[in-house]
Design a protein around this ligand. Structure first.
Ligand SMILES: Nc1ncnc2c1ncn2[C@@H]1O[C@H](COP(=O)(O)OP(=O)(O)O)[C@@H](O)[C@H]1O
Ligand SMILES: [Mg+2]
Length: 545
């Protein structure tokens, strides 16, 4: 008996093995069908997950590594299954099944086994795919985001002062207000501080930049902080302003950070936002910019510094770099004429760079004389005020070569102040308005739009917006003073006040109130299409056509 049992054991195992093989082979057609169906189901699931991922990515999120791996695996799996199914179909065609001719038996068995294994793998992937609760996460915000900055002149002293205060804990300077007229270089200085913080990596956990603009809005500032501070959505959505402020406060009170607020027009109640008191354990430093000294007082800044216009030497140097050395030296009379134009800019950087650009390439003295004549003749209502500045800035507008570019430029003032305009949307809107006309198809229209943008940028009438490293799209911005000039120009140099009205942050306007125009446009913040009236934060453009 002792010798028989091992033999029986072996025989049983052999039988089992053969039976299994036979099953693999016999059930091959059914198994192939099941695999086909399961793969179809997995493919549908794949499409659903992929659509979800793409939707989230449009909301500027990044797919998780797990989901990315899953999508890739399913793609590879689809190819493998296709191959197995093709082989299986071929095998069935050979009609070797059931009777199993010895030659092909081995191959059929192998294939049958592969089908079942793949089936298991497909089932696993199906389960995984159905269980993704999160497919994408917000991009982690780096502690400081670099902002675009051109070469600056004449701000070193001021920068040094602010920088020292930022570093120095001893002096107890917790908030610094930079004030000065529009276009004088406040945002530029703040940008330099932001970028320097990135370079030197002072010991701050976060540097937070918020462009406040008009109207100051607690909710908007809170939203920027929410994006930056990685506060959970569950603690944010459907919460009141006060509850959100509490969340912000709880995160910020544990961090050492710098808050950079650009373009404040009125007192912003920091406690309403959730920002801890400024002398709170010396953890917070704040630098803000404003056009008004009064705002500095209202914001109770520890130090207020005026950002002044450039002294003549630096002003003229800046002007000359924008005009270009070859234009300046192209005729012996030009340097003197250039001085006359630059003097009109009164050391204001924005005026210097825009008029400088407008004169770039003007190599005939007559061109310069014409511009000087224009400047003298266009009467400034109140010399020394912003209207006086617009008169100087308008040179760059007048120098635009055609009406299409002028209309495209004026149109940009329709967007809210400091708004980041998507280049693609802007061109579409221009096409819709009929400003672009030299095209046979849409692609040509888009190319023409891009050309217009290039010339407006070259004229310093449009600036680059902030690039977003996760989105390919380009963004543009209009300087707030340039926008004010555009509106002034659109109202026929301020003479016809009601011809062209843009109002920001209007909650509701009755169209009947504006009687004489034939057409109006509403621009809704955040949605890159023109919308009808009745929305919040609407910019309203009103002009007779
Ligand atoms: N010191 C400077 N050197 C060179 N360019 C400057 C300087 N200050 C400002 N600019 C340029 O002038 C324009 C207006 O400056 P900005 O900082 O936006 O003014 P503000 O914020 O005071 O309105 C910008 O295009 C900027 O690049
Ligand atoms: Mg500014």
């Amino acid at each position: 008996m002792d010798c028989v049992s091992p033999i029986l054991d072996v025989a049983t195992r052999l039988w089992d093995c053969t039976a299994k093989r036979a099953v693999y082979i016999r059930h091959l057609p059914q198994n192939l069908n099941s695999l086909r169906t399961a793969m179809g189901e997995l493919k549908n699931l794949y499409k659903d997950v992929k659509e979800r991922v793409e939707r989230e990515e449009k909301l500027q999120k990044k797919r998780t590594h797990v989901v990315d791996g899953w999508l890739r695996n399913v793609e590879a799996m689809e190819e493998q299954v296709k191959e197995i199914l093709a082989k299986g179909d071929e095998e069935i065609q050979k009609k070797c099944l059931g009777t199993c001719c010895p030659k092909n038996c081995g191959a059929s068995y192998k294939l049958g086994k592969m089908v079942l294994e793949k089936m298991d793998a497909v089932t696993v992937k199906k389960t995984e795919g159905s269980n993704f609760s999160v497919v994408a996460e917000p991009f982690p915000s780096p502690p400081v985001i670099e902002r675009p900055l051109d070469k600056t002149v004449g701000q070193d002293l001021l920068f040094g002062k602010v920088w020292k205060w930022l570093q120095d804990d001893g002096e107890q300077v917790s908030s610094i207000g930079l004030y000065g007229m529009g276009g004088v270089g406040k945002t530029t200085l703040l940008t330099r501080i932001n970028n320097e913080l990135l370079k030197t990596r002072l010991e701050f956990d976060a540097v937070i930049w918020v462009t406040v603009s008009r109207p100051a809005n607690v909710e908007k500032v809170q939203q920027v902080l929410f994006n930056k501070l990685e506060i959970g959505k569950d603690k944010w959505e459907d919460r009141s302003e006060d509850e959100r402020a509490e969340e912000i406060f709880n995160v910020l009170k544990t961090k050492k950070f710098v808050l950079l607020l650009d373009d404040i027009w009125e007192r912003l109640d920091l406690s309403k936002v959730g920002i801890p008191p400024l002398n709170h354990q010396d953890k917070l430093k704040m630098v803000f910019t404003t056009r008004s000294k009064q705002v500095c007082q209202k914001m109770e800044s520890t130090k207020s510094i005026e950002v002044n216009c450039l002294p003549w030497e630096e002003a003229f140097a800046l002007f000359q770099t924008k005009v270009g050395a070859d234009t300046i030296s192209s005729h012996p009379d030009i340097p003197k004429l250039a001085e006359m134009v630059a003097k009109e800019c009164d050391g204001l950087p924005l005026a210097l760079i825009t008029t400088g650009r407008a004169m770039a390439g003007a190599k005939a003295p007559e061109e310069w004389e014409k511009k000087i004549e224009m400047l003298k003749n266009s009467p400034a209502k109140f010399p020394g005020t912003e209207e006086d500045l617009f008169r100087v800035l308008a040179i760059s507008y007048d120098s635009l070569p055609d009406e299409a570019k002028k209309s495209c430029f004026l149109y940009c003032s329709l967007f809210p102040e400091d708004y980041e305009i998507s280049q693609r949307n802007l061109i579409q809107l221009w096409i819709g308005e009929g400003f672009l006309d030299e095209y046979d198809n849409l692609q040509e229209a888009r190319n023409q739009g891009e050309e217009v943008i290039k010339s407006l940028q070259l004229a310093c009438l449009l600036e680059n917006g902030r690039s977003r490293f996760y989105v390919k799209e380009k963004y543009l911005k209009m300087h707030d003073v340039i926008r004010e000039m555009a509106l002034w120009l659109a109202r026929k140099n301020g003479k016809k006040k009601n011809k062209f009205v843009v109002k920001d942050g209007v909650e509701s306007i009755r169209a009947q109130k504006l009687k004489n125009g034939k057409r109006h446009r509403g621009y809704h913040c955040g949605i890159p299409t023109l919308k009808n009236l009745g929305n919040h934060h609407i910019s309203l453009l009103w002009r007779p056509f």
